[in-house]
Design a protein around this ligand. Structure first.
Ligand code: GLP
Length: 243
């Protein structure tokens, strides 16, 4: 587990954007795994700037997002499809057919999950996966539970995640109770993973990447089994055990 401790969120965003830039330059037809949430917003803004400055070309890149609320319409301004369009896709030249996000409008979530994993596999797997972390240690929407699920699947959100994400909705009643999410197994097939975290409320969850425990109660702890994870965090989120 590598860790890069940054002064603040701006520096965290810049370091992460540079790693994505390096990946796209090294392999122009790479597969990027993308995350939503407030954490990666600054990184996306920097990637848009680099593209506008002519420094990056996304024309051969494929993308797979981690998760999406269910059910939700793509044009709902709280859907992750809307978020990605607003913060990244509408500003860069990634072809629409290369963009993949679990379909929050699908009729049968039981079919959507395996079909999504098959698309990831057919693309050759994710080269670089961006992850955030929930305050309770969730990754994508793999919530703390007795058992974690390998593949992309429909899941129920915990009360703590509904409460945390309600800041984006008119009220917590408006937060969808379910989501489609890549499973831990899907995430672990990525060749390289970047975990971004900022703010003191992420410190405890992040500490589980730097202790000796593997537990389904903190899904992010499973990332310790992956051979190439880089944590990029700010000072406030940096666990004492990682210093
Ligand atoms: C959401 C997403 C995660 C994200 C996390 C943290 O529920 N499903 O992919 O990493 O919560 O969000 P934020 O970056 O806003 O703190």
């Amino acid at each position: 587990m590598k860790i890069i401790v940054c002064r603040d969120k701006a520096e965290m965003s810049a370091v992460a954007a540079s790693m994505v830039e390096a990946q796209v330059k090294e392999k122009p037809d790479c597969v990027l795994g993308l995350a939503t949430g407030s954490t990666p917003e600054g990184m996306y803004a920097l990637l848009c700037e680099k593209y506008a400055a002519g420094a990056l070309d996304f024309s051969k890149v494929k993308t797979f997002n981690l998760d999406e609320y269910y059910p939700i319409k793509k044009d709902n301004d709280q859907s992750y499809a809307y978020f990605m369009n607003k913060h990244l896709f509408s500003h860069i030249n990634v072809p629409a057919e290369n963009i993949h996000i679990p379909n929050g409008e699908c009729a049968d979530p039981a079919e959507e999950g395996p079909a999504y994993d098959a698309l990831v596999a057919a693309a050759g797997g994710v080269d670089l996966q961006i992850l955030g972390i929930g305050r309770n240690g969730h990754i994508a929407f793999n919530e703390p539970d007795e058992a974690l699920i390998m593949g992309t699947h429909l899941t129920s959100l915990t009360e703590s995640t509904i409460e945390a994400n309600s800041r984006f909705f008119a009220s917590s009643d408006d937060v969808p109770r379910h989501a489609l999410t890549m499973g831990i197994g899907t995430i672990m097939t990525a060749k390289k993973i970047i975990m971004m975290a900022n703010g003191a409320d992420k410190k405890e969850a992040l500490s589980y990447l730097f202790n000796d425990k593997l537990t389904a109660a903190v899904p992010a702890s499973l990332l310790k089994l992956h051979p190439d994870v880089t944590v990029i965090c700010d000072e406030a989120a940096c666990p004492d055990s990682a210093r």
